[in-house]
Design a protein around this ligand. Sequence first.
Ligand code: MG
Length: 269
Amino acid sequence: MDKLIITVAPTGNVPTKEHNPNVPITPDEIAECVHRCYQKGAAVAHIHARDVEGKPTADPKVFKEIIEKIKAKCNIIIQISTGARAGKTAEERGAALDLKPEMASLATGSSNFPTGMNANSPQLIEYLAKKMLDNNIKPEIEVFDCAMISNAEYFARKGLIKTPMHFNLVMNVPGSIKGTPKNLLHLVESLPRGSTWTVCGIGNKNLQMTSMGLVLGGHVRVGLEDVLEYEKGVPASNEMLVERIVRLAKEFNRKIATPDEAREILGLK
Ligand code: MG
């Protein structure tokens, strides 16, 4: 098995300090938290931006500030979100790609969130994929349901996504694919040969899904974007979640990838 790439998703678009006081919101808080997670073993930071009121934003100025502050502290791989909650149009959602981060998220289909749509039209996917290609940004294909894998293959055949592709299997978003072992195995078996993949599990499926990813030879995403409690009634922190997966990896004799080793595995160099 490859060394384990740990991605930390510290903020997301949904959690607030009221949900969990450990959620980093401002650029300084995000950069400091990412740095601490890097010191504990994270190789990739999946970044969402918030405005001064703490609401999701796709504003490239905010992303720029976060990216500069992280880069001043460590060489962790920065992956920005182009997700559906922060911007309305394709142009808005892709505006921060001009900053040329090493990676960005790309959902290759539509599904539901608990209270809204995860809307990704073919036109929007094509726009974002093309902009990532032009800026030499490696997409992380966000798979909320089975069809997003075959749809990613369709865009790869059109030459808009380079292969081998890297996937994040997003398990257990209410309204999308349920986080069960059988569903995760089905997604993994459906991936095009040669792909790399990571898994995240939302809410109470977090530990089960990420542990399976670890054992199956995939990579793992953890963080408060995906889960707010460490265990029932105990608020998590991003650092605690990274520490837990590092500890589990050691038990399974899986070495942890540094950011540069992750760059090799993901073909970023
Ligand atoms: Mg995200």
